[in-house]
Design a protein around this ligand. Structure first.
Ligand code: ADP
Length: 399
């Protein structure tokens, strides 16, 4: 039998990222990205079998983008007709209270994703567009929606509830939904398996540090807290987002700086975080600035790692201890300075990393704590595409 594959699609407002995942090995048979959809010149990049095919052309909309992707599969391979594609897995950012796991897409599911756009105005409409054009172009394959919020659907009420007027919260669905759930689930399970630990008795803190960043507390395989809230703005300091901030900053700027709500939204989501502090959202550039003696950059790394440390402390407290800390995503996997600084001085809490083990970028799961450390600290590379592919398979297998 040919091995089964899932086509994973992550549709953004002006981009479509995709990967054809082989389920047996977990390998990406092909991957690519369509960018600058709707702009005068868009681009396509398709990678298969060590060959990269690139195109620059006007791509008016997502439908045309995906049509181009399918024709790239025809020209550059692999042949989708022979790839045994059992499902198309679509990443959807906001599942709200409607979805606690992946689902087969039908008209009703599309309607609910659309309805949830109020909570994720930048993401859900784009995700839905990807689903619609995908279903139109590949009508014979089942399409599965995999939600970024699903892993946090059953957060304890005390973690999900904001202390605001209950009626306002209920009417406007104001609560903590979390994000990056697919990654937090994948890493918390994977790391327990890697360490040979029983998931049921393991308390894990997962630090997903990418351009967006979030942390979760996972007790016995269940998410019991997470740092992103109603939207991905809350929590850790990120590439361009503030993370936690006094909400009164919004009133202050509105009243005194003459900024509109949309301007403040843009400031907090796209012009803050590392970018706001240093002018750069990429930690590699921030570290270069530190090397050259830039004080703002030094402060930015302090602010960034202090926030991580505070979350580690609070989540350890929430779970009554922590057995495993897992670092993942672009920063978590590659940045040994951030890992070391975030855990500095925590020996008294039984958390101690080995600087030699920690050194360098990690492509494979790697233990970086000392033998004496009560908490095992691991770098565990995430693979959201594989996680989406597996969840999609679970849905179509059960049909
Ligand atoms: P996204 O949230 O866009 O999926 P990623 O998980 O790919 O992000 O992480 C991207 C971020 O990872 C970059 O902005 C950069 O800060 C960081 N990063 C990537 N490679 C390195 C590296 N070698 N050293 C330090 N940071 C890195």
């Amino acid at each position: 039998m040919t091995t089964q594959t899932v086509l994973v699609v992550n549709s953004g407002s002006s981009s479509i990222k995709y990967q054809l995942v082989e389920l047996g090995t977990g390998a990406a048979v092909a991957s690519g990205v369509v960018e600058r959809i709707g702009e005068p010149t868009g681009s396509l990049r398709h990678v298969h079998g060590g060959t990269t095919t690139e195109r620059e052309l006007h791509i008016p909309d997502h439908g045309e983008g995906l049509r181009r992707v399918l024709s790239l599969f025809e020209v550059a391979g692999p042949d989708l007709a022979e790839a045994n594609v059992v499902a198309v897995g679509h990443r959807v950012v906001q599942g709200g209270m409607a979805f606690d796991g992946p689902v087969l897409v039908d008209a009703e599911v599309e309607r609910k994703i659309d309805e949830l756009s109020a909570l994720a105005p930048l993401h859900n409409p784009a995700n839905l567009t990807g689903i619609r054009v995908g279903r139109a172009l590949l009508p014979d394959v089942p399409h599965v929606a995999v939600f970024d919020t699903a892993f946090f659907h059953h957060l304890p009420a005390a973690a999900a509830t904001y202390a605001i007027d209950r009626e306002v919260a209920a009417t406007y669905k104001v609560r903590r939904y979390g994000a990056h759930g697919t990654s937090h689930q994948f890493v918390s399970r994977g790391v327990a398996e890697f360490l040979g630990r029983d998931l049921a008795t393991t308390r894990t803190i997962v630090l997903h540090l990418g351009n967006g960043a979030s942390v979760s507390a996972v007790d016995g395989g269940h998410a019991v807290d997470t740092s992103m809230g109603l939207t991905p703005l809350e929590g850790l300091v990120m590439g361009t987002r503030t993370g936690d901030i006094d909400p009164a900053v919004v009133f202050h700027l509105s009243r005194n700086a003459g900024m509109s709500i949309d301007e403040i939204d843009d400031l907090l989501n796209r012009r803050s975080g590392l970018k706001g502090l240093t002018g750069h959202n990429d930690l590699r550039e921030v570290h270069d600035l530190v090397e050259s003696g830039d004080e703002d950059a030094r402060l930015a790394v302090d602010v960034y790692t202090r926030r991580i440390k505070k979350y580690i402390g609070s989540y350890a407290a929430v779970m009554g201890g922590v057995d495993v800390i897992a670092f993942t995503a672009g920063v978590g996997e590659n940045d040994d300075i951030v890992r070391a600084r975030s855990l500095e001085g925590l020996q008294g809490f039984g958390i101690e990393i080995d600087l030699e083990r920690n050194a360098g970028r990690k492509k494979e799961p790697t233990v970086i704590s000392t033998e004496a450390s009560a908490t095992t600290v691991v770098v565990y590379p995430t693979n959201e595409e594989l996680a989406i592919a597996r969840q999609a398979l679970d849905v179509v297998r059960d049909r």
